[in-house]
Design a protein around this ligand. Structure first.
Ligand code: SD4
Length: 303
């Protein structure tokens, strides 16, 4: 079986540059997705993931991450402050506990106990962006809730993007990971789709895997990645399974004009597809024969 790694958005290339050598050298899909997500978390230029991520409405950077190889093997953290890679903390939840998800200060205690070092994740650039947003909020006399509604329903191209990675190793094993600082200037306490299995990511080794990005509230309302994997289980092609999820979002969520949702799906035989509600989503692929940043096969509402 030939190995493959697929990652969301333009910074998926950063993920693939780190994850691909692991696969190429016979490493596991699990190690590849962890290292791939971690590389993006560590990049201060990526303002929607890890270090350098834009903060919530109170000015705190809070991270959500999930790693999964099977329904029986997955781990996640939500609302994690001060520790990266959040994806590696999620892996420890998977490997060291009997739980699926740890949140907030207790997840931070767990990370510290596991030997992760606390650090300040707010960069000067992210702080300035938050101060500007806060200034606008004050001038417009908005409450934090009103202001976060405005910012979390804003143009999907500017204020968020999860790193989502799906990989298959030479042995045919699948793994998925995703990590995000969530929507910029979100209401404190808000958790999106990314750290919840079946929402931001789902992997079933008997069928395939799917990962999502975009406005988490759209993906969560339809259990987006679970739906895609279940559609593939029924025999649908990855692209048709994604179309079903996008159609469901369109039908039941009534997305606002700028709201985005996008998915990558990978079947266990290596067939894959990507699709998005709107233009601008990109998927980075690396395999023995391809190294590219591609537009998705499906754009549900081309503009
Ligand atoms: C969230 N889905 O927290 C994440 C953000 C994201 O592209 O993926 N943006 O809602």
């Amino acid at each position: 079986m030939s190995a493959l790694i697929l990652s969301t958005w333009h910074f998926g290339r950063i993920a693939n540059v780190t994850g691909w050598p692991i696969l190429e050298n016979g490493g596991s899909a699990l190690d590849a997705v962890e290292r791939a997500c971690a590389a993006v978390e560590e990049d201060p230029e990526v303002t929607s993931v890890g270090y350098g991520g834009f903060p919530d409405a109170s000015g705190e950077v809070t991270l959500d991450a999930l790693i999964m190889v099977a329904p029986s093997r997955c781990g996640a953290v939500a609302c994690l402050r001060g520790f990266i890679p959040a994806i590696s903390v999620a892996r420890r939840v998977m490997e060291k506990t009997s739980h699926v998800l740890l949140v907030g200060p207790k997840a931070e205690e767990f990370a510290a106990a596991e030997g992760f070092t606390r650090r300040d994740l707010l960069t000067d650039r992210a702080r300035r962006a938050w101060e500007e947003w806060k200034g606008r909020q004050n001038r417009q006399g908005q409450t934090a809730a009103e202001a976060s509604v405005a910012s979390t329903t804003a143009d999907s191209r500017s204020n968020h993007d999860t790193i989502g990675v799906l990989a298959q190793d030479a042995a045919g094993n699948l793994a998925g990971g995703c990590s995000t600082s969530g929507l910029a200037f979100k209401l404190p306490g808000r958790v999106g789709d990314s750290p919840i299995i079946g929402h931001g990511l789902y992997v079933d080794p008997d069928v395939g895997a799917a990962v999502g990005t975009g406005h988490g509230e759209l993906i969560m309302r339809v259990c987006g990645t679970f739906l895609i994997v279940e559609e593939m289980r029924q025999g649908k092609l990855p692209k048709d399974a994604i179309r079903t999820a996008l159609q469901r979002i369109a039908d039941v969520c009534h997305p606002l004009p700028k709201q985005q949702a996008a998915f990558i799906a990978l079947r266990k035989d290596g067939l894959w597809a990507a699709g998005a509600l709107r233009p601008a989503f990109q998927v980075a692929i690396r395999s023995p024969t391809e190294d590219d940043l591609l537009a998705p096969q499906i754009v549900f509402w081309p503009e």
